[in-house]
Design a protein around this ligand. Structure first.
Ligand code: BTN
Length: 247
């Protein structure tokens, strides 16, 4: 993959700029990076605080695979981010919470938001993967409600890597995993995801728009990236949407 970095000072959202670029034919490997975002967003239309000092980027991908497997791109980027951060910060405190949160000792330091666009034949035109990493800014930037569950890498690690260092660490992991995933399928990537995750085996609340819709033990993830949860009564449900809180 040829990486083409396009750097901006301020953007509303790197996902929006990347989506526009992709619709206008931007190549796979185009990366939109912004020093800060004024309209950064997360899952469930939540505001994503994006001050200077964080890494805010979106990559354009054009994978040649069955669209049903595209949700795996989020898992794949999660593996790349988790491995990149573990290596750069020399720590095993980083884990992945299904589907897309990267945690340091249980507190979120990175979120991932993917969007897919199909063409008229139902094939993948492109997918964009947005990544936000809290690299080095004061955690007072977080609204009070998220302070207990969010963290900034410089504060929790005591190490002052730059956003460029973190981007490089993520891309170094991402490229080989992405190429192998397209060539050989998902088995190896899902195995790595399982070894880095902190969700499987835990009792979880499954939430849709902040409302608890199911409770049980997270048992496995399937080929499409859906989480299988087993309730105390033995009912099993699979979720490829929503989010969880770990109890
Ligand atoms: C989440 O955990 O809810 C996902 C957060 C994704 C944030 C990143 S920052 C770069 C890109 N641009 C956006 O507006 N969102 C993603």
């Amino acid at each position: 993959m040829k990486i083409q970095l396009k750097k901006y000072d301020v953007l509303a959202s790197t996902n929006e700029t990347a989506a526009k670029a992709a619709c206008q034919g931007a190549d796979e490997g185009t990366i939109i990076v912004a020093t800060r975002q004024e309209g950064g967003h997360g899952r469930m239309q939540r505001v994503w605080n994006s001050p200077k000092g964080g890494l805010w980027f979106t990559i354009v991908l054009r994978p040649k695979i069955d669209p049903m497997y595209v949700p795996q791109v989020t898992l794949l980027m999660g593996v790349a981010v988790a491995q990149g951060l573990r290596r750069l910060y020399s720590t095993d405190k980083i884990s992945i919470k299904w589907p897309n949160d990267i945690l340091w000792d249980g507190r979120k330091v990175c979120g991932i938001l993917s969007e897919m666009q199909l063409d008229a034949n139902g094939d993948i035109d492109h997918t964009i993967v947005g990544v936000g990493v809290n690299v080095a800014f004061s955690s007072t930037y977080f609204p009070e409600a998220v302070r207990p569950t969010a963290a900034v890498l410089s504060e929790v690690s005591g190490k002052s890597f730059t956003c460029e260092d973190v981007l490089q660490a993520i891309l170094t992991e991402f490229e080989p995993i992405y190429e192998a995933w397209q060539r050989e399928g998902s088995e190896a990537m899902l195995k790595r995801w399982c070894s880095l995750n902190c969700t499987l085996g835990k009792y979880v609340n499954v939430k849709d728009n902040d409302e608890i819709i199911f409770q049980g033990t997270a048992v496995s993830i399937d080929e499409e990236g859906a989480l299988k949860v087993k309730s105390l009564e033995g009912k099993i449900r699979s979720y490829n949407f929503g989010e969880i809180s770990i109890r």
